[in-house]
Design a binder for this molecule. Sequence first.
Ligand code: GSH
Length: 291
Amino acid sequence: MALAALLWEMARLWWSNMSGAVLMVSVAAVGLWLAVFYLSDRKKKRNLWQQAGRDVIVVHCPSPGRFTPNLSPFVLKLLTFLRLAGLPHLVDHKEPFGPKGKTPWITLNGEDFTDSHLIIDRLSRQYNIDLTDSFTEEQKAAAKAFTIMIDEHVCWCLRAWRFNEDGGRNLKEGMSLPFYKRLLFPLFIWQQRNALWHQGVGRHSHDAVRAMMKEDLLALSKYLGNKPFLMGDTACVVDCSMFAFLANILYNYNRSPYYAVINEELANLRPYVDRLKSQLWPDWDECLASA
Ligand SMILES: N[C@@H](CCC(=O)N[C@@H](CS)C(=O)NCC(=O)O)C(=O)O
């Protein structure tokens, strides 16, 4: 008790006597210490990633979700591609956001690559993989167009529901956030709403966005028809995107109107997700975060 009182008195005296210069030096010292800590920690992490071995892809992404192996559809898309192509990889959750501030990103033989689309292109060239080898030029073009529709339009419509309609509640339900991240959560929601506004989808009414999203789901359902995969008998990159986003709706967006659309109106989409899930993610449940 007496010691606590003494420490308190010393701290009070130190504080009252501290000049502006001392304050600045203290702030600079803490800043320097944080920078040194960050750099040495990063070096340690790099060494660890290096130990993955030659040609092993280290995928950096946030921790697994409670209902999907990852809450980010782009991470799920990339991991699904790596499984489809049979490429050796491991997952790192310590540094989820890459040099461009987005997830996923990868480290391969000491080099960093960002953006699921560019990563898949790069890996396909490096490992000589062409999942569309048997496709006609027309099929290749359609696969490309659908991939962009999903990654660049479905993505924003879903974000509009997640952040503008649901206020990010589904995110908090889907993954456990440490205390300090919960504190910063309102800032994150604000940042995402801001991004939606600047992208443009965030300027439309909820009803207008819902209608656009339903049209996209209908297009996917119609084009899929009775085929096992979107383009026919062979799964390719577009299936990785489609699976990732639809699985995200089915497992993380069950309060959204899109969950009902997939489950009740468009009969072929749920079996499609189930098919890819059992084929490529037989260990799905083991990849989830524990409750
Ligand atoms: N085009 C990128 C999109 C990646 C992306 O937007 N990831 C989201 C998570 S789903 C993210 O990092 N968001 C953080 C932010 O926007 O600040 C890709 O295909 O990898």
